[in-house]
Design a protein around this ligand. Structure first.
Ligand code: F6P
Length: 551
């Protein structure tokens, strides 16, 4: 596992950590000065992986910072843990599970063993089964109970069983079968399912129930209601379920119990974490949307970055670099959050997807041995498509009091479908992108403001401090492969940070307490039942809720 023996010094007492703290305490020149004294950094601080062009020159770093960060990575055993992950070792220690989302995109002839068994043939068997099903739905060969072709696909899932396929469907909309309608239902608020199906014909609708455990209350509740909606529209004929419901799960028993034919179940495995699962069977809705070939292109994009992460040297390993830059701000600049700002309408759900990937993975406060950590762990990840953000919260990034490192993601070309004026708008979009990263880095000095003739009492208000760090990620076009590359890049970045912080990035115990309490509270809301052990504040709120409800 980690090459950091348990009696090795705590992270913050490592010499590599204190060296970074000292380096930070020396103070760094402003980005204006860093570029003035070293213009070569614009070319030097650029890396490429696959189709991604990554510019990290606008970071508050020098060659020395990078060298110190790389030493920290080596000392904390990032590479040993990475190799253990790729080998299928059980690095998810609290759940005693292997962490093998990388096997989901391994080529057919690869060998990846878990407990002595090569899992790659099973991965490809499920991909093939998905491809067969996807083609039948896309061609109209798979028909509903009344013989009509399927025109609507509704994915019911939550967390990793929703965010991934929903994000990727949106990202790759230009590649989707436009004659089919796709909807994603996750919220246990009945309004979500209601809005998703209210204009659909049950006889033309396929529900995909996506749940790794098949016990998640939101998903099972929505799936049960969807079943009632379907049967309500098809004369209550139970046989309809077989043609209108499929399941994506690791839990065949629960799927059967729900009434879904196990033949209509697409399997995955406990070594796939929910937030790392949309390239498994969980991606079935996406595969129906974009077709098996495009789905495979996406998997190849993932695999390309997996191989890069596994083999690239320290100096040019991009996920390592991005992970370490995050640590520089999180641990040595007290940054509390990290913004991800795509300049692509199609990536409108990308940051929400990353929130689960990053915050469920690295929102931890004990180390791998269960001891409290004495260092900051994962940041708050947030953001929406960039141009909209410019007219909302960018003010705070530019002139507020907080340091907010940001990733800007953009493309040189819009999708092929855009033509004429809409295609021409792309340069304006990207002009905004480059303007923002320039303004954030270099700002506008008081002298520059004065030189514009601004009155003295306004100067401070119109000055931009600058020195705000950004990473620029560019690709030619948002293709399935590029999406796979981007997601794998962030997956491995999150891995690097968890490894340095010595936390288990692959469990999520923090979501459990709320689930248990909700189950306990529900009877109090529906029947007024007394809930033993409820605190006074929640008891009062439950009473207020019931009063309002019954008013
Ligand atoms: O939020 C907790 C969690 O377990 C996530 O990790 C997971 O993605 C989500 O719930 C859904 O779980 P399932 O796929 O088992 O329904």
């Amino acid at each position: 596992m980690s090459d950091a023996p348990s009696d090795s010094p705590k992270l913050i007492r490592r010499p590599e950590w204190t060296a970074l703290a000292d380096h930070r305490a020396e103070g760094q020149p402003h980005l204006r000065e860093l570029f003035a004294t070293d213009p070569g950094r614009a070319e030097r601080y650029v890396v490429r992986v696959g189709d991604l062009h990554i510019d990290y020159s606008k970071h508050l770093i020098t060659d020395e910072t990078l060298a110190l960060l790389q030493e920290l990575a080596t000392a904390t055993g990032v590479f040993a843990l990475r190799d253990a992950m790729f080998r299928g070792e059980k690095i998810n220690i609290t759940e005693r599970r292997a962490v093998l989302h990388t096997a989901l995109r391994a080529p057919r002839d690869a060998v990846v063993e878990v407990d002595g068994e090569n899992v790659v043939p099973a991965v490809h068997a499920v991909l093939d089964k998905m491809a067969g099903f996807a083609e039948r739905v896309r061609s109209g060969e798979w028909t509903g109970h009344t013989g009509k072709r399927i025109r609507n696909v509704v994915n019911i899932g939550i967390g990793g069983s929703d965010l991934g396929p929903a994000m990727a469907y949106e990202a790759l909309r230009a590649y989707t079968a436009r004659e089919l309608t796709f909807r994603f239902v996750s919220n246990v608020d009945g309004a979500d399912l209601h809005e998703a199906v209210r204009d659909l014909d049950p006889s033309e609708t396929l529900f995909i129930v996506a749940s790794k455990t098949f016990t998640t209350i939101e998903t099972i509740t929505n799936a049960t209601s969807a079943r009632s909606w379907l049967l309500g529209g098809l004369d209550g004929d139970e046989k309809a379920v077989a043609k209108h419901f499929v399941a994506l799960s690791t839990n065949a028993g629960k799927v059967t119990e729900f009434g879904i034919d196990p033949d209509n179940m697409f399997e995955f495995w406990d070594w796939v974490g929910g937030r790392y699962s949309y390239d498994s069977a969980i991606g079935l809705s996406l595969m129906i949307a974009i077709g098996p070939d495009r789905f495979r292109e996406m998997l190849d994009g993932f695999h390309l970055v997996d191989e890069h992460f596994r083999t690239a040297p320290t100096e040019s390993n991009v996920p390592l670099l991005l992970g370490l830059l995050g640590i520089w701000y999180d641990n040595f600049h007290d940054a509390q959050s990290h913004a991800v700002l795509p300049y692509s309408h199609y990536l409108s759900k990308f940051t929400a997807y990353l929130q689960q990937l990053d915050m469920e993975s690295n929102g931890k406060s004990v180390d791998r041995d269960g001891n409290p950590v004495e260092w900051q762990t994962g940041p708050v990840v947030w953001g929406t498509p960039g141009t909209n953000g410019q007219h909302a919260y960018y003010q705070l990034i530019h002139q507020g009091t907080k340091l907010i490192p940001a990733d800007f993601i953009g493309f040189a070309e819009p999708v092929a479908e855009l033509s004429g004026e809409l295609r021409a708008q792309h340069d304006l979009l990207m002009a905004n992108f480059f303007a923002q990263t320039q303004a954030l880095a270099f700002g506008k000095t008081a002298e520059e403001v004065r030189a514009e003739g601004v009155s003295e009492e306004q100067v401070a208000h119109r000055t931009f401090r600058g020195n705000h760090p950004t990473t620029t990620i560019l690709a030619r076009e948002l293709t399935p492969s590029v999406l796979g590359q981007l997601v794998a890049l962030y997956e491995h970045k999150v891995f690097v940070q968890g490894a340095v912080w010595n936390i288990d990035s692959f469990d999520q115990w923090g979501v459990e307490l709320g689930k248990v309490l909700a189950k306990r509270i529900e009877p109090a809301l529906t029947t007024g039942a007394e809930v033993p052990g409820l605190d006074p504040s929640t008891t009062a709120l439950v009473a207020a809720y019931r009063t309002l409800k019954n008013a």
